[in-house]
Design a protein around this ligand. Sequence first.
Ligand code: TYD
Length: 218
Amino acid sequence: MVTLRGKFITLDGVDGAGKSTHLAWVVDKLRQRGITVVQTREPGGTLLGEKLRAILLSESMHLETEALLMFAARREHIAQVIEPALSVGHWVVCDRFTDASFAYQGGGRGLSVHKLAVLESWVQEELTPHLTLLFDIPVEIALGRIGNMARELDRFEQEKTDFFERVRAAYLARAAQSEGRIRVISANQSIENIQKELEELIGTLMGTRMVGKPTLIL
Ligand code: TYD
């Protein structure tokens, strides 16, 4: 059994919610406070995971294949990056994690929550983020932001409004069932207000041993 000493923070939300900007700010804040932070992302975070990411963001495939590849990349990521970092006391800040699978593959594509829950417990065992920052925004605003991006859109970003409405609803449903682990932050307000909320949440996490479930994995 490995004791995980560091804290595990994930950031999630529909494409276009501004998650990447806030992630950079959170990582900076934690480093300013003297915490060693490993910044990573999903799908990806390892050599193999980044190869799977390239396939997932470009190739069309059966929805179950998509879910299995997301979790295959996650298994590698936990074994190679997340668990080793947490076990030596580093904090891990991850751009998306399993909540995205429940929102995109579950809500968006319609894969059964039961199948996703089986994969979750297989791949993660007891590992759960201590804190998840869920950036929530009305879909039409998110789609407007995506539409203004200078680069080519990936396979998920090309989806239609209905898909993102289902993704958003699945995120919010999961947040409601998360017993406080997932904190919903309205991304449709000033950056200053968002940063104030984030600062409080980080402060709480630093002052307590944990927000989420115990972090022992076999
Ligand atoms: P994203 O963080 O949005 O990448 P970028 O900021 O570079 O555009 O993640 C890529 C996409 O992967 C995103 O549209 C959501 C999707 N995704 C899933 O569908 N399921 C998952 O489990 C994860 C982790 C991501």
